[in-house]
Design a protein around this ligand. Structure first.
Ligand code: TXA
Ligand code: MG
Length: 331
């Protein structure tokens, strides 16, 4: 059931649901999350079951404020604190060494924990309400509210269409960022970028004075995690990344026989086929990120078989969008 999150009762009902060990669809500024009390192992197990996600893929714990870190993390390196100061509340997740008793199931038993303080007003109100309950809920585990391997939801309706009417969903409108948070592993002495997002490499370097390493540059690989799997975030249609010239040439070769194809490009395309689905990708990387997953869902709804996407620019501010599209194309 979708609840209007601008009503105070909705926030209270959401917090109660979490306290009772139930699941909740929660808006954040990045994507909608499928939330549960981070310290209730049975509730967390329900998330894994509902998503169809392997239980060794750790979940992010969402907190109301930076002060709550001490309930989950053993220590906070100086550079991690600088990142938290610069980007919380906001679309940044930090991986920190975990306190032994905290969020066990949520972290898949790993000795680290991913923490994020979302800036969405509904998420914030919900997390505050959770803290004030008796007994309180200090942290909320929430992966993106989609079935394993599918495109993340950016509206309450997306969540309802994925999990049905039984799930309570707080409707906080369309997500502003649109792609999942940037994840920085802070357990290795220097920042390691596990998943690019709206907080860019350049932003990270500016905030802490260290250029983040890529996980490929690390001597041993970081734990398996779905947010970092190739072939994730895939719509049903087959996605291909191409440059503008390739797309234009292919359209000309196809002639009128292109009804099953969607084109998603920054460059305007000329097509002889009226039936082809053309959609312009915004020129601004943040605007492109905001609509990306909704656009992929729209293409699926239009029942196209192929989505030809113009490869985004190489620059750092496009890294998050590029990453999601490359994964979609690898499926
Ligand atoms: O924007 C977001 O981060 C959204 C919203 C709902 O907050 N959440 C999200 O969660 O994307 P999820 O579960 O789809 O992605 C979480 C990813 C994992 O797949 C993994 O890559 C990483 O976070 N992660 C979490 N805890 C970790 C840990 N202890 N060590 C390494 N990676 C971790
Ligand atoms: Mg996800």
């Amino acid at each position: 059931m979708i609840l209007d999150a601008s009503l105070k009762e909705s926030i209270t009902a959401g917090a109660r649901a979490l306290q009772e060990g139930r699941l909740l669809g929660m808006p954040t500024e990045t994507v909608y999350g499928l939330a549960a009390d981070a310290d209730n192992d049975a509730a967390v197990a329900r998330i894994f079951a509902a998503k169809g996600r392997p239980a060794n893929h750790p979940l992010i714990v969402h907190v109301a404020d930076a002060a709550s870190i001490q309930r989950y993390a053993k220590e906070v390196p100086v550079f991690a604190q600088q990142l938290i100061d610069a980007f919380w509340p906001g679309p940044l997740t930090v991986i920190l060494p975990r306190l032994p008793e905290a969020a066990k199931a949520s972290t898949g038993g790993q000795d680290s924990v991913g923490l994020r303080c979302p800036s969405h007003p509904v998420a914030h109100a919900l997390l505050l309400a959770c803290q004030r309950l008796d007994p309180p809920v200090w942290g909320v585990s929430a992966p993106s509210a989609n079935k394993f391997g599918r495109v993340s939801p950016t509206t309450a309706e997306h969540v309802a269409s994925e999990f049905g009417d039984d799930l309570l969903v707080l409707d906080g409108g369309a997500c502003e960022v649109g792609i999942e948070s940037t994840i920085v592993d802070c357990t290795r002495g220097a920042p390691v970028l596990l998943r690019p997002g709206a907080v860019t490499r350049e932003d990270i370097e500016r905030a802490c004075g260290m250029r983040p390493l890529s996980k490929e540059e690390m001597p041993e690989h970081t734990p398996r995690a779905s947010g970092t799997l190739l072939a994730h975030y895939a719509p049903s249609a087959k996605v291909r990344l191409m440059d503008a010239r390739q797309i234009q040439t292919a359209l000309e070769v196809l002639g009128k026989d292109a009804a099953h194809i969607a084109i998603y490009s920054r460059t305007r395309m000329l097509t002889p086929a009226r039936a082809v689905t053309l959609r312009r990708m915004p020129d601004d990387p943040n605007a492109a990120g905001q609509e990306l997953f909704a656009a992929l869902r729209d293409f699926d709804e239009a029942k196209v078989k192929l989505i030809w996407v113009e490869t985004p620019p190489e620059s750092g501010e496009w890294e998050g969008v590029r990453d999601r599209l490359q994964r979609a194309a690898a499926a």
